[in-house]
Design a protein around this ligand. Structure first.
Ligand SMILES: Cc1ncc(C[n+]2csc(CCOP(=O)(O)OP(=O)(O)O)c2C)c(N)n1
Ligand SMILES: CC(=O)[C@@H](O)[C@H](O)COP(=O)(O)O
Ligand SMILES: [Mg+2]
Length: 640
């Protein structure tokens, strides 16, 4: 394979056009073979093959800086920058990250998988290079049409134009995020790229000029000049050029020669320039091309375990995997509620499929809103809807809720508006690495005054909690993990804002478990019982407002231990223990306590339950922590 000869980008520059075409086919095959085994982003990477090859032939990475927005489309970049041999470990524990990773290569810069950041990085890097006298190094930011709908991207475009920074923006336009991109600009741009008159005219002129001997590059710049005139009439480039950013395009994002010429000319432009390339998501592999919701993740061919305990080893606390995921349970629940509540509206930030809102969109298109990759806008628009009498449900991933924390606090919380946040992928998510784990939502939501915070421990609890949330006068959040839901221990659920005592102990230790960790707590209680420790176990269900009866009962134990799939510092445990200290009828000293959760550090990618086990947040780990704490506290008690 030609790919075996590619160890660094310079190796690409020795290839002929035919060899590059062959290499592109090889790259596609490697990506399909790998991703259909490991899971990962198929459509976006298959669409970026020629684009990436052209970039690495024209620009001299890592001296020139290549920035990938979101980073999910950087598999080809990894394959041609010395990671071919490790590519089969993609997204596996200890293997290659699914995103750029600075520890893997000097060619990698941005590790954060949150969209719409690359243009801001580009402004910063270009400014730094200029001030350090290295202004001859080129800065290139590859941004998707979806990522361009994020607010940060517009902030950066404004600053790039204003500052005149020498940055090459490559707009990788395939018309989609997961669903078609929500953007009039994108529609305008696609009108251009689909406008046969414009494209044919430009190609015809290019052919004519090429036919004139000796014109060569002059031909290109003449065409460029001519299309500049033509552009005055038919293209939406004005948006960019009004900001001070040159627009060039659209170019066929699968035509290597054309893109190389375009990038080479852009590299010489003395200021910000946007090169608009048109690609096709999933190109070259029918199952990805035909995926109607363009799921970035395709074809993870991994058998689903028949029954999975918390630690993923198949051991279980008498529980089987429920037939639904939490997301499926939410889909059903919101459809039920929508049938009874005409004022209910659902909002997504470019992820209708992964958040389970596609059926809602089909059933109630007029009550469904996809705002693009614009979580901040989603939240404050929801605040406006609530102010004007609607009941909005904002469905976002836990990690992306971070981006809208200001809006949730001061546009929703401050006005005490009935907006319900459904935070999917809460807790350790695993494959997508540190910027995708949903570890902060409890700490963030619990700091918003008046927000009710639900944490279902089973699929059955999701509809109960959504119904309760939609009855509340103020803001609420319901957070649940990515892993398959499990049946509730006894098939029933809690009610209202109350906790559920699942197991009565001997007064030695009280385990207050949140959401996914209820299963681990029950498993720990089983293990502790074999060692003569009968633990009381609560399913907290509603972290805020706390169930005071549960706290009062917990306070009567020798030891209180809280457990959550989120940061321990500032999370649910911290919140509950503070509330316990404030109990009005507390007639004794507070018992010793431990708050168990994820540590204050970024967690690498891996399998969720394996990560939780390594952190001691599975059944055996919790049991060890309880037993050690009890032993220590009893020794201390003997000393006093
Ligand atoms: C802030 C944020 N919200 C949502 C996502 C989830 N997400 C990952 S990729 C993607 C679509 C990106 O579309 P685009 O930028 O057009 O890139 P493409 O996949 O089409 O190449 C989304 C919404 C994210 N990574 N970051
Ligand atoms: C890159 C990104 O943000 C998403 O594509 C993410 O990878 C989706 O993860 P899920 O597989 O949890 O939907
Ligand atoms: Mg796109």
């Amino acid at each position: 394979m030609l790919l075996d000869q590619i160890h660094e980008p310079a190796d690409l520059r020795r290839l002929s056009l035919d060899e590059l075409e062959q290499l592109a086919a090889e790259l596609r095959q490697v990506i399909v073979d790998t991703v259909t085994t490991t899971g990962g982003h198929l459509g976006s990477n298959l669409g970026a093959v020629e684009l990436t090859l052209a970039l690495h032939r024209v620009f001299d990475s890592p001296r020139d800086v290549l920035l990938w927005d979101t980073g999910h489309q950087a598999y080809v970049h990894k394959l041609v920058t010395g990671r071919r041999e490790r590519f089969a470990t993609l997204r596996q524990p200890g293997g290659l990250s699914g995103y750029p990773n600075r520890a893997e290569s000097p060619h990698d810069w941005i590790e954060n998988s949150h969209a719409s950041t690359a243009l801001s990085y580009a402004h910063g890097v270009a400014t730094a290079l200029r001030l350090r006298g290295e202004g001859d190094r080129r800065v290139v930011a590859v941004v998707g049409d979806g990522s361009l709908t994020g607010g940060m991207a517009f902030e950066a475009l404004n600053n790039l134009g204003h500052s005149g920074s020498r940055v090459v923006i490559v707009l990788n336009d395939n018309g989609r995020s997961y669903a078609p991109t929500i953007s009039k600009l994108s529609v305008q741009l696609s009108t251009l790229r689909l406008n046969p008159a414009y494209v044919q005219a430009r190609e015809r002129v290019r052919e004519l000029l090429r036919a004139i001997p000796g014109l060569g590059d002059l031909a290109y710049s003449s065409v460029h000049g001519l299309t500049s005139a033509l552009r005055e009439v038919v293209t939406p480039h004005q948006f960019f050029e009004a900001l001070g950013i040159r627009y060039a395009g659209p170019f066929d994002g699968h035509d290597l020669a054309t893109m190389e010429q375009a990038f080479a000319h852009a590299a010489e432009w003395d200021g910000p320039i946007l090169v608009h390339v048109v690609t096709h998501k999933g190109k070259g592999y029918a199952p990805a091309e035909e995926d109607e919701v363009q799921r970035l993740h395709d074809l993870k061919v991994q058998p689903r375990p028949a029954s999975v305990g918390v630690n993923g080893t198949g051991s279980q606390a008498g529980l089987d995997v429920a037939p639904v995921s939490y997301t499926d349970a939410f889909t059903r629940a919101i459809l039920d509620e929508a049938a009874r509540r005409p004022e209910l509206v659902a909002i997504t930030a470019a992820m209708p499929g992964p958040t389970g809102l596609l059926p809602f969109q089909s059933a109630h298109p007029e009550r469904f809103l996809d705002v693009g990759i614009a979580e901040q806008h989603a939240v404050t628009a929801a605040a406006g809807m609530a102010m004007a009498g609607l009941r909005p449900v904002v469905a976002v991933y836990s990690t992306f809720f971070c981006r809208a924390f200001d809006q949730a606090t001061y546009d929703v919380g401050l006005h005490r508006l009935p907006v319900c946040f459904v935070l999917d992928r809460a807790g350790v998510t695993g494959d997508d690495g540190p910027s995708h784990h949903g570890l902060l939502d409890l700490a963030l939501c619990l700091s918003i005054p008046g927000m009710t915070v639900f944490a279902p421990s089973s699929a059955e609890e999701v509809p109960v909690m959504l119904h309760q949330a939609l009855e509340l006068p103020g803001p609420s959040a319901i957070r649940f993990p990515k892993t398959p839901a499990r049946r509730s221990p006894d098939g029933v659920t809690g009610e209202g804002l109350k906790a559920r005592r699942l197991r009565q102990g001997d007064g030695s230790v009280c385990l207050l478990a949140v959401g996914k960790l209820v299963q681990a707590a029950l498993e720990a209680a089983d293990l502790l019982a074999t060692r003569g420790i009968e633990a009381t176990v609560y399913d907290v269900r509603v972290v805020a407002p706390p169930d005071l009866a549960m706290l009062a009962d917990a306070a009567r134990h020798e030891l209180v231990v809280t457990a959550e799939d989120g940061v321990a510092v500032g999370g649910a445990g911290t919140f509950l223990l503070a509330a316990m200290a404030d109990l009005p009828e507390l007639d004794r000293a507070l018992p010793p306590a431990r708050t168990l959760g994820t540590p204050r550090r970024f967690l690498a990618h891996g399998k969720p339950d394996q990560i939780l086990a390594e952190l001691g947040l599975d059944g055996p780990g919790l049991a060890r922590s309880v037993e050690d704490a009890l032993t220590l506290e009893r020794a201390r008690a003997r000393l006093t």
